[in-house]
Design a protein around this ligand. Structure first.
Ligand SMILES: Nc1nc2c(c(=O)[nH]1)N[C@H]1C(S)=C(S)[C@@H](COP(=O)(O)O)O[C@H]1N2
Ligand SMILES: [Mo]
Length: 225
C-alpha cells in the first residue's frame, strides 16, 4: 500500500489546495490567492461536462434513514486491525476538510464542494491494510456498492465526509456519512456508506456491472466500459 507519510500527504494536499498541482486533477486557487485576486485556473471543467449551480441528487430511489445511535462503519478485509466505528468513535477521529470539484458521469459538475470528515488515509492508518490489498470495496445502507483501486482510495483528498459546507450532510446527499473521491466520477463515492473492505481481487460494484467504467477518470472521459 502507499508508503507516503502522513506529513508528505498533508504537504501534497496543501499544494493542491494552493492550486500548484493537479492532485485529483482539480486545479484551483487557494483562499489566499483568491483574496489576492489571483485568477483561478480555467481548465477545471473536464471534457463533456457542464457546470451546475445546484446540487443534483442521485440515488437508487431509496434514502435509508439511519439513526446515529444505530450507525456503524465497518472496515475490514485484508487489514491488520479490522474496526467497527460507532458514530461517536468515528467523529472523535482527527477531522479533515477539503474543497473539491464534483463530476457526475451524467455530465454535470459542481465546483468548490467543501467536505469535512475523516481522511481515508487516517482510516487506513488505523486498520493497516495488508500488502495483498489491491482494491477497496464500499457498500452502503441502500444496497449500493462500488469499487476502486487502493491507490485511488488512498489519495490525499479521499475522505469519508460527514459535513458539507459546514453542516451535517443531508439524507439526500448521503448522510450521515458518504465517501468522496474527488479525482473520480461521482458514482465512485458511496453515499450512506456502511462497510469498507480491503481486498486482493477487484469486484465490480452496482454501476460497474451495469456498464460504467471501472476506473472512472473524468479527465479522459472514462465513462463506460
Ligand atoms: N449509496 C449510494 N451512493 C451513491 C449513489 C447511490 O445511488 N447510492 N449514486 C452515486 C452517483 S451515480 C452519484 S453521481 C453520486 C451523487 O451524489 P449526490 O446525490 O450527492 O449528488 O452519488 C453516488 N453514490
Ligand atoms: Mo452519477
Amino acid at each position: 500500500m502507499g508508503n507516503l507519510s502522513l506529513t508528505e500527504r498533508k504537504e501534497r494536499w496543501a499544494r493542491k489546495m494552493a492550486g500548484k498541482v493537479r492532485a485529483g486533477q482539480a486545479v484551483r486557487a487557494g483562499q489566499a490567492d483568491l483574496e489576492a485576486g489571483v485568477p483561478r485556473s480555467t481548465d477545471r471543467l473536464p471534457p463533456g461536462q457542464h457546470l451546475t449551480q445546484g446540487f443534483p441528487i442521485l440515488d437508487l430511489g431509496i434514502k435509508p434513514e439511519i439513526a446515529l445511535a444505530d450507525w456503524r462503519l465497518e472496515i475490514g478485509g485484508l487489514v491488520e486491525n479490522p474496526k467497527t466505528f460507532t458514530w461517536e468513535e468515528f467523529n472523535a477521529l482527527p477531522q479533515f476538510e477539503d474543497i473539491s470539484d464534483f463530476h457526475c458521469v451524467t455530465t454535470w459538475s459542481k465546483f468548490d464542494c467543501r467536505w469535512r470528515g475523516i481522511g481515508f488515509f487516517t482510516l487506513a492508518e488505523i486498520v493497516k491494510p495488508k500488502p495483498e490489498a489491491r482494491h477497496v470495496l464500499f457498500s452502503s445502507y441502500d444496497g449500493y456498492t462500488t469499487n476502486v483501486r487502493i491507490e485511488d482510495a488512498l489519495d490525499d483528498d479521499t475522505l469519508v465526509a460527514t459535513q458539507f459546507d459546514g453542516k451535517p450532510i443531508t439524507r439526500d446527499h448521503g448522510g450521515p456519512a458518504r465517501v468522496i473521491i474527488p479525482k473520480l466520477y461521482g458514482w465512485k463515492g458511496a453515499k450512506f456508506v456502511r462497510t469498507i473492505d480491503f481486498v486482493a481481487e477487484d469486484r465490480p460494484g452496482f454501476w460497474e456491472v451495469r456498464g460504467y467504467s471501472n476506473t472512472a477518470d473524468p479527465w479522459t472521459e472514462d465513462r463506460f466500459s
